[in-house]
Design a protein around this ligand. Structure first.
Ligand code: ADP
Ligand code: MG
Length: 296
């Protein structure tokens, strides 16, 4: 039985269809990266899985529990890290953990809190108020809080959004640790590097649907090819290069000040100018091709 099984899930907010016929299976023991631009429906999907939102159509099972009827049972077995920090600023670091441990009926609350503080590397800040913590510390605490009851399934909604690169790396190590312990993880992100680094499989989501799914290397081979050539030149020259490549049926996309010719290994003579920088095709190429959004 997969950890998560969604079939034909639809969620509307008035005129907006946030989730639009979503099919998603997450097998146990993997980290699945739900990669999509802002507004793709990632957070709504997470909220459906926690029972915080109710689907208009479709069927949802989490750890064998049917939603929304068995949302309470499902919730008891999963850990959740929301996109928005909702720590309790009125109580100490350790009490933020203790409150959750009690909520989840953890037997040894003290041991769970100690474990969480250690994981978040906040043992020496345990009596501080949350407001004294840095952004990165708060994020680590939020993650540790979701793990109080040692869940088999973790939902991480954009776990590193808005964090400094250095803090992001710290969070990644934490997620990697969980993954190595066999925890099933569904992690949404709009950072390609995050998906590439952490996810065993990636599902690309846009406009409420999954449009591609597979291991990063599979997605790259299927949608981008082996090699991408980037060309930096004045606009007139870029237009010329683009026209030649497109005439050969190659896909060309903007890449900041440059253009990227995807699948350049398939180009015939003259399509790739000598000044081009050839590099291995990347998940970013796939993301931009499939979603039409510039990567972050
Ligand atoms: N509570 C809500 N009320 C109205 N519209 C919403 C609500 N939640 C999300 N939406 C809309 O649904 C779409 C998907 O949002 P969301 O799931 O937050 O996307 P993501 O997390 O991928 O950025 C967006 O257009 C968003 O504005
Ligand atoms: Mg979101």
């Amino acid at each position: 039985m997969p950890a998560i099984e969604l079939k034909g899930v639809v969620k509307r907010f008035g005129e907006i269809t946030a989730v639009d016929g979503l099919d998603l299976d997450v097998p146990r023991g993997i980290c699945l990266g739900l990669l999509g631009p802002n507004g793709a429906g990632k957070s709504t999907t997470m909220r459906l899985l926690t029972g915080q939102a109710i689907a208009d159509e479709g069927s949802l099972r989490v750890l064998g529990h049917e939603l929304p009827a068995e949302a309470k049972e499902a919730r008891a077995e999963m850990g959740v890290v929301p996109q928005l920090d909702n720590l309790d600023v009125d109580v100490s670091v350790q009490d933020n953990l203790a409150v959750f441990a009690r909520l989840y009926r953890v037997k040894d609350v003290r041991a769970a809190v100690d474990r969480g503080l250690e994981l978040a590397r906040l043992s020496d800040r345990r009596t501080d108020s949350v407001e004294q913590l840095s952004g990165g510390m708060r994020r680590r605490l939020l993650l540790a809080r979701g793990l109080m009851h040692e869940p088999d399934l973790m939902l991480l909604d954009e776990p590193t959004v808005g964090l400094d690169p250095q803090i992001r790396t710290q969070l990644w190590s934490l997620v990697d640790l969980l993954r190595s312990q066999g925890v099933t993880i569904l992690m949404s992100t709009h950072y390609i590097e995050e998906a590439q680094r952490l996810a065993d499989e990636v599902a690309v989501m846009t406009h409420g649907k999954i449009i591609a799914r597979g291991r990063p290397d599979e997605l790259i081979a299927k949608h981008a090819g082996r090699e991408t050539a980037e060309v930096y030149a004045p606009p007139a020259r870029l237009a010329e290069v683009r026209a030649v490549a497109e005439a050969q049926g190659l896909t060309v996309r903007p890449a900041g000040p440059a253009i990227a010719i995807v699948g350049s290994e398939r180009a015939s003579d003259g399509a790739i100018p000598p000044e081009a920088i050839r590099r291995a095709a990347s998940l970013e190429d796939v993301f931009v091709l499939l979603t039409g959004e510039e990567a972050e």
